[in-house]
Design a protein around this ligand. Structure first.
Ligand code: ADP
Ligand code: MG
Length: 600
């Protein structure tokens, strides 16, 4: 279809996001565009870690000359037209944002020729503006050069890491696509050197040898399971390392769903679990796994950078992955060198639908694996809304407390949010400007401190997550299991230096609990000066900081109201647990004075 600007109602349904974070994100978007254009040969070149130059050349279908300028407009895409099509996305791109975002922060040269047109076109842009456009002879396909990334946004440029680090990120991206698309010949040229080139024959093992080298590839076992009786419509294929090959962290476990790279804590854990006792604690396998399933059973429109997806049947998938890997490790999997193309969705859609129906009937339908933080926050608010507010207010009425009278808040009327960071409210005595993060920290803190009377809402994890902390940090956590439990982390010792996490606080969202607990334990380690109660309070404070809604999060009117209502119920609403103010108060008198009304 031609490139068109999406109508606003469709554009609004798409999770928007900043697509250009670093050179690697540019490379990712350009490769995806080339793949979407049906290219069978893709060459990626970078110079200075991609900061000075990124060039992606493909032999895809090209862009008709007349449409080329449109490609750089926001929400201009040839890939979807309507909201319905969002339900069944067959292309890697669909937001129509990448070229717009990239051209806004770099100097872009596009040379493209549609297969249908006799000559191509060259387009040069600087900071979103087209500075030249002329016909140009070119082979069919597209070459997109992105020079001097962030030249006009020095603040963002400052955040880039060394050339080597940025190049490392890029190489990871190119590697991923080279493995996911073995039928495409990928050439990767970094700083003038051909780093690797895959044969493009469709043989994934051959691609693996090229990108990882023969030594690593030689220690990988092929995995290919289509005939799993529980999930006949899911195919898990790829490679997992033999127990002789292992790494110090999980980042070498790469997962793809319908050939899209994804990050999924649960499935990563499924892979790790399949090795169970085969690897020493603290060592992790290398894996490149491709999961193919009907596209309507996975939602890719969740996250702006599109690495998070939502599955309809997360726990079935968990088991399918775990079993498949396990079987490969037991040497029972057929070690095939040539992989068949994945079956078409039509082949197995019917079976899947039947299975899902059976599950629904049996009432075993799995909940979504996790939700965005705001969803959870909302659901938490919603569940609170159901409780009778009056009763809760009475409960929260001031107990004989040491705080000075007048410390509590009068009833406030929410007015709105500004800068996605502050709430404005009106009280009987003027205006309040509330810091949403600090306020939520205070609310959470008081809730956790009172969790003995009213437990914190928790979220049961589908699978308990093992947390490895190393003995020193684990010891610190061991001292504070009670406080952690009160905060919503149900956690129990699980061998040396390890814990098993069963629940997380309901607000937790997509945060990585391992990272959170590590950070908290490290924070505690730095506060060796504190003892007993003070230490526990410090721990709770750190947890609140991590869990609280952040500055920059847009709150709905209902959420603003609820946040303010909960703040009103706090005993010490005016400071966050760190002692910083949660709000500024501007009295009516002060306002009048500011506007010169007094004595006028
Ligand atoms: P999206 O990929 O989400 O549609 P982009 O901003 O990445 O949005 O690209 C906009 C449009 O430009 C695409 O929809 C496509 O029509 C066209 N395009 C971009 N890159 C290429 C390419 N390498 N080959 C052919 N067409 C391309
Ligand atoms: Mg794109």
């Amino acid at each position: 279809m031609p490139i068109q600007i999406l109508p606003p109602d469709v554009a609004d349904k798409i999770a928007a996001g900043e697509v250009v974070e670093r050179p690697a994100s540019v490379v990712k978007e350009l490769i995806e565009n080339s793949l979407d254009a049906g290219a069978t040969d893709i060459r990626v070149e970078i110079a200075d870690g991609g900061k000075r130059l990124i060039r992606v050349i493909d032999n895809g279908r090209g862009i008709p000359a007349a449409e080329a300028p449109l490609a750089f407009q926001r929400h201009a895409t040839s890939k979807i037209r309507s909201a319905e099509e969002l339900e069944r996305i067959a292309t890697l791109g669909f937001r129509g944002e990448a070229l717009a975002a990239i051209s806004a922060v770099s100097k872009v040269t596009l040379i493209t020729r549609s297969r249908e047109e006799p000559v191509g076109v060259e387009l040069k842009l600087e900071g979103s503006k087209i500075i030249s456009q002329r016909p140009m002879g070119a082979p069919p396909g597209t070459s997109l050069t992105v020079a001097h990334l962030f030249w006009n946004t020095p603040a963002r440029k400052k955040f880039l890491k060394s050339n080597a680090t940025e190049a490392g990120h890029i190489s990871k991206i190119v590697t991923r696509y080279a493995l996911a698309y073995p039928e495409v010949r990928f050439s990767y040229v970094a700083e003038g050197r051909l780093t690797f080139q895959t044969p493009g024959t469709g043989d994934r093992m051959a691609a693996l040898v090229k990108v990882y080298g023969a030594e690593v590839a030689g220690q990988m076992l092929a995995v290919d399971a289509t005939s799993d009786p529980v999930t006949p419509d899911v195919r898990v294929s790829g490679f997992v390392s033999a127990p002789t090959l292992h790494r110090a962290n999980r980042s070498y476990i790469e997962l793809f769903v319908n050939r899209r790279y994804i990050q999924d804590r649960n499935l990563t854990f499924a892979v790790v679990q399949a090795y169970h006792t085969l690897l020493m604690t603290g060592r992790y396998p290398v894996a490149v796994l491709f999961i193919d399933m009907p596209s309507e059973l996975v939602d890719v429109n969740v996250h702006p950078t599109k690495t998070e997806v939502r599955f309809r049947e997360p726990s079935l998938l968990f088991r399918a992955v775990q079993r498949t890997v396990h079987r490969a490790l037991q040497g029972q999997a057929p070690v095939t060198r040539e992989l068949q193309p994945p079956p078409s969705p039509e082949d197995y859609r019917g079976q899947w639908a039947a299975r899902r129906e059976a599950l629904m009937r049996a009432g075993q339908h799995d909940p979504a694996p996790g939700q965005l933080a705001m969803d959870l926050y909302r659901s938490d608010l919603a569940s609170r809304e159901e409780e009778t507010p009056l009763v809760r207010r009475e409960e929260a009425a001031p107990p004989p407390s040491t705080s000075p009278p007048g410390h509590r808040l009068p009833p406030l009327r929410p007015v709105g949010q500004i800068a996605a960071t502050y709430l404005i409210a009106e009280g009987p005595d003027g205006m309040y400007l509330i810091d949403q993060h600090a306020a939520h920290e205070r609310i959470l803190y008081e809730k956790i401190m009172k969790a003995d009377q009213q437990p914190m809402p928790k979220q049961q994890l589908l699978q308990p997550i093992p947390i490895e902390l190393g003995t020193e940090l684990a010891g610190l956590i061991a001292e504070h299991l009670d406080a952690l439990n009160k905060s919503g982390f149900e956690i129990e010792p699980f061998g040396e230096g390890s814990y098993l996490l069963r629940t997380v606080p309901a607000f937790m969202g997509h945060q990585d609990p391992q990272a959170l607990l590590e950070e908290v334990a490290e924070g505690l380690a730095r506060r060796a000066d504190l003892v007993d109660k003070a230490r526990e309070e410090a721990l709770v404070t750190m947890i609140c900081k991590r869990l609280a809604i952040k500055a920059g999060q847009i709150l709905s009117v209902a959420e603003q109201r609820e946040l303010i209502r909960q703040l009103e119920a706090c005993e010490n609403p005016r400071t966050c647990p760190h002692g910083r103010p949660t709000m500024l108060h501007l009295s009516a008198a002060a306002l009048e004075k500011q506007f010169g009304r007094l004595g006028a």
